[in-house]
Design a protein around this ligand. Sequence first.
Ligand SMILES: Cc1cc2nc3c(=O)[nH]c(=O)nc-3n(C[C@H](O)[C@H](O)[C@H](O)COP(=O)(O)O)c2cc1C
Ligand code: SF4
Ligand code: SF4
Length: 437
Amino acid sequence: MADLTSNFVGIKSPNPFWLASAPPTDKKYNVERAFEAGWGGVVWKTLGEAGPPVVNVNGPRYGAIWGADRRLAGLNNIELITDRDLEINLREMKEVKQNWPDRALVASLMVPCEEEPWKRILDRVLETGCDGVELNFGCPHGMSERGMGAAVGQVPEYIQMVVEWCKQHSNLPVITKLTPNITDVRHPARAAKNGGTDAVSLINTINSIVSIDLDLMAPTPTIDGKGTHGGYCGPAVKPIALNMVGEIARDPLTAGLPISGIGGITTWRDAAEYIALGCGNVQVCTAAMTYGFKIVEEMIEGLSNYMDEKGYKTIEDFRGMAVPNVTDWQYLNLNYITKAKIDQDLCISCGRCHIACEDTSHQAITNMVDGARKFEVIDEECVGCNLCVNVCPIDNCITMEEMTTGSDPRTQKPIDRDYANWTTHPNNPMAAIEPAE
Ligand SMILES: Cc1cc2nc3c(=O)[nH]c(=O)nc-3n(C[C@H](O)[C@H](O)[C@H](O)COP(=O)(O)O)c2cc1C
Ligand code: SF4
Ligand code: SF4
């Protein structure tokens, strides 16, 4: 049986599934129930400075988008950092750590961008016995207007400075949580590394307005007739998060920097994908908020079964295996030729593939053959784009088949099995000077 234990920057947990800093980790009651359900660790809901607690809105704080079956696809929130008193949070964190010594407990922090407040809060969280700190440079709303969260996370120099303070004033491992609300995530990641961070975690939520209420003429969630942008998360953000994780994992300037993967993780497979892209562990928020703490059971079982099937004994056995296969477009093999193929036994003749290809692609799928309704790929027109596969409602009904011999009926060119990319392509005016990889 696979060994799921995790050692992320020296923080040990029985499995790599942590709850991300958010409502599920806002209090002892939640966290202890999460640990009972099997979560390997938690990043406590972000703590702020001592003083009057943060004030949240008292109306709706969530918006959402759903799939056709009303399953939650994306969640948007306008919540701030913890609105509970700092002392209560610290006391509860200490109790939880004492009660659950084998679980990871990380304190998420967000205080004004000055050395003293950071030093003060670090001294306080140290007393809880927590295993590390996560610096919240990500919150996109409410706190950034006060010069914290994403406001800091969008300025690499500030990130580096705050990380340096934290490393200087604490011996705890420092995880720097990055905001996705930036053009190139490699810059804040490099800054965090230069500041001496032990790891980065990403992503925090994405700036968003999920919908406009057309009766109220205001964004949702609506508070007394007005709305504001919120932070987007859940399954819909996973592709964005994976790309950002991949960018950091393959950047030579941050290669090897431990990464905690966050964003839309709902199943063991999502988690495995993050690990394959280099993450040492994963954090989950929306899935727990949607389905409850027990989803971790399926995550643990699914990941364990997958690893057993593949013969991976530990997380490290497959961590980062996909990183070398993430490349730039120019290095993709232009000699790799595929054609769509429709399994006539599975086809229910809905016609979606025909319409998609006919109206928007390459007119490469029939709807009538010999006077009868039939959907067949016309190899002479098919460019192998894969659109039909994605619109077909039946799994595996359309597959992409690689051509390995003969010639491509569309271009009439013989199939060449040798790898050739854009850097050497005759149509590339830069071909002579760009090095092939
Ligand atoms: C209601 C809500 C509150 C959140 N509060 C925090 C927070 O206090 N600190 C923080 O670092 N991230 C916060 N997050 C972001 C999550 O930790 C996580 O980065 C994000 O939701 C993406 O993960 P997910 O797709 O699994 O939800 C919050 C998210 C939600 C939905
Ligand atoms: S792969 Fe693209 S071009 Fe080929 S049949 Fe499908 S949609 Fe048409
Ligand atoms: S979309 Fe799929 S099921 Fe529908 S006609 Fe095309 S191949 Fe058949």
